[in-house]
Design a binder for this molecule. Structure first.
Ligand SMILES: [Zn+2]
Length: 370
């Protein structure tokens, strides 16, 4: 039986029923647990679709179309980081296998590109002439593999996520809603299984050794990158972003939108803060007052921030980080969650906060497309 989509009365928007949402989640879980996947692509595909649902700030009422170009860009970003050598044994650099048997084709293509253009970073690569060739080969693999097989569950084909078109994927009604709503959960599941998959590949055992930091290697900026980021931010402003106190000993690099909500590193989302302010804010959103300052800061320093992202090799996604901020505030507001002001002081997430971010997004779109 197919769970129905209930039509909620609020502004005539389609809101999936709770049955639909639960069934969606359990099917996603089955995709991760079942299926004879040799490579890690299925995790990348679900993550890519989920991330794009946030990036596109789509109104969930409309059908959401995800192009292969967009999806290819996500795959390259994820595997760019993962195609770096994990260790060096016997003087040889060791890249983790992402496939039982031979290395996954996408990782190999990225490796070839990076060896040919060793100076390119994830930020600059797309301006390289050879990038379109890389993108085309990644897209080919995405179409031939995860897109083709991901909706095959034990017991048959169940195209519950998308319908494939010539240029991309049309998401089923209700899917974007669920992926936005459960983004942290879906990301967590996908990453945990991705890590397991890599650990489960026999040839990786020797590369991994006793090391325990596989997850952060796969998904977070390296310590070295964070060090460069901290230096760059210190040059811009050597004060705590939240309390304005001076940062004598460098301070913490804090994710303005908490990492626990959206675990991806993007430069505009980093601010410097006292370790104590960082701890106190913990995994909460910051209040509207901080939000306004953050929006101003990232607008004022966009050129500097872009430069810092180059140096640190962390993605600069101005629009992306705003979309994430918008999504996080919308979710918090509809869940009645509070935001952190200072110490033990919390305030409501307001409609005004959401409007501020929306205003910034629309002024950015105007600036980019005159
Ligand atoms: Zn502080």
């Amino acid at each position: 039986m197919k769970p129905s989509l209930a039509i909620a009365s609020r502004e005539g928007k389609i809101v999936p029923s709770s049955d639909f949402q639960l069934s969606f989640l359990s099917k996603i879980q089955r995709i991760f647990n079942e299926g004879e996947f040799a490579a890690t692509y299925k995790f990348a595909l679900i993550l890519g679709i989920a991330d794009l649902c946030i990036d596109k700030t789509a109104d969930c009422n409309e059908s959401v179309f995800i192009s292969f170009q967009e999806l290819g860009g996500k795959f390259i970003a994820y595997y760019w980081q993962q195609s770096q050598p994990f260790a060096r044994t016997g003087g040889e650099e060791q890249v983790l296998l992402q496939n039982h048997g031979r290395q996954a084709a996408i990782v190999s293509s990225i490796r070839v590109f990076r060896e040919k253009y060793p100076r390119e970073t994830i930020n600059t690569a797309q301006h390289n002439r050879a990038f379109s060739g890389l993108l085309a080969s990644v897209i080919r693999t995405i179409k031939e593999q995860p897109v083709k097989y991901i909706q095959n569950l034990a017991g048959g084909r169940d195209p519950f996520i998308f319908e494939e078109h010539k240029d991309g994927l049309l998401l089923r009604d209700g899917v974007a809603f669920c992926l936005r709503r459960f983004h942290p959960l879906v990301t967590q599941m996908a990453r945990a299984q991705w890590v397991n998959h890599i650990r489960g590949i026999a040839l990786n055992t020797r590369i991994l050794g006793p090391s325990d930091d596989l997850e952060s290697f796969l998904f977070s900026a390296s310590r070295q990158a964070l060090g460069l980021l901290r230096e760059g931010l210190m040059d811009l402003r050597s004060k705590c972003f939240y309390c304005d106190g001076s940062l004598v000993r460098g301070g913490d690099v804090d994710h303005f939108i908490p990492f626990s909500l959206y675990p991806r590193d993007m430069v505009p989302n980093f601010v410097l803060a006292h370790a104590s302010c960082n701890r106190s804010k913990s995994n909460k959103l910051a209040s509207g007052e901080h939000l306004e300052r953050w929006l101003d800061f990232s607008e004022q320093h966009r050129v500097d921030l872009a430069q810092i992202s180059q140096i640190a090799g962390i993605r600069f996604e101005e629009r992306g980080s705003l979309s994430v901020a918008l999504w996080a505030h919308q979710n918090a507001s509809s869940a009645g969650d509070v935001a952190w002001q200072e110490k033990q002081n919390f305030v409501q997430v307001l409609e005004r906060d959401i409007n501020l971010i929306q205003g910034r997004i629309s002024s950015l779109s105007k600036a980019s497309y005159p």
